[in-house]
Design a protein around this ligand. Structure first.
Ligand code: FE2
Ligand code: FE2
Length: 217
């Protein structure tokens, strides 16, 4: 195992440890009707997040000069666009107009910040979004699928078969970028700090998300 591989494994463990008990968006202990409304809220916000992910990847592509990594991003952009359409359509089937949903300011701010990070080095950008963010998304989707299975099996199946496999691939792009680029102590420090920044911002968005979902607005 190389030093870079050891570093990437260790950073993945640190991120995982950060997230233990911190994804407040769904409450597994809540009564079924509360849980279902939390799942619906996740879906509404999810439509927005997928669409902003398309915008984010589009903004980053010109600022990723490393071809091995840049070549992987157009497919991710297409995936996020497909996820946006799938979730929007599913909400429509459930009688909701997701276009009328006003995204939470904290999520808007998170994506605005990520778009503005396009000028930062690739090792930092991909540590943030793909390595830290998308890995946490996969964990979040696993939980969502498990909790939605009995309450809304069709939605759970949509996430399990049409979205989650892509998100694992996106997280793997982050890992690949770090294995390629985080090969000096300086770059490793940059990647670690980028993950820390991202995790704290996402955690803030999760808390705001849950408190707004609880208020039902
Ligand atoms: Fe996605
Ligand atoms: Fe993704």
């Amino acid at each position: 195992m190389t030093g870079t591989e050891r570093f990437v494994g260790e950073l993945a463990r640190q991120n995982k440890a950060f997230w233990v008990g911190r994804d407040a968006r769904l409450d597994p202990q809540a009564p079924p009707e509360t849980l279902l409304s939390q799942i619906r809220y996740r879906m509404r916000q999810g439509v927005y997040n997928e669409l902003r992910s398309v915008e984010l990847i589009a903004a980053w592509i010109p600022w990723v000069p490393e071809r091995e990594i840049r070549d992987l991003l157009p497919r991710q952009l297409e995936d996020e666009q497909r996820h946006y359409q799938l979730l929007r359509r599913r909400l429509k089937e459930l009688g909701e107009d997701s276009d009328a949903y006003e995204a939470l300011p904290e999520w808007q701010a998170l994506f605005d910040w990520l778009v503005a990070c396009r000028h930062r080095p690739t090792v930092e950008k991909l540590a943030m979004f793909q390595f830290a963010g998308e890995t946490q998304s996969c964990e979040g989707f696993e939980t969502l699928i498990r909790l939605a299975r009995d309450l809304d099996p069709e939605t759970a199946e949509l996430y399990r078969t049409q979205i989650l496999p892509d998100e694992y691939r996106h997280a793997a792009i982050g890992r690949q970028a770090l294995l390629l680029l985080a090969d000096t102590p300086e770059r490793q420090a940059q990647a670690r700090e980028a993950c820390r920044e991202m995790n704290l911002k996402v955690f803030g968005a999760y808390q705001a998300h849950r408190s707004r979902a609880d208020r039902g607005v």
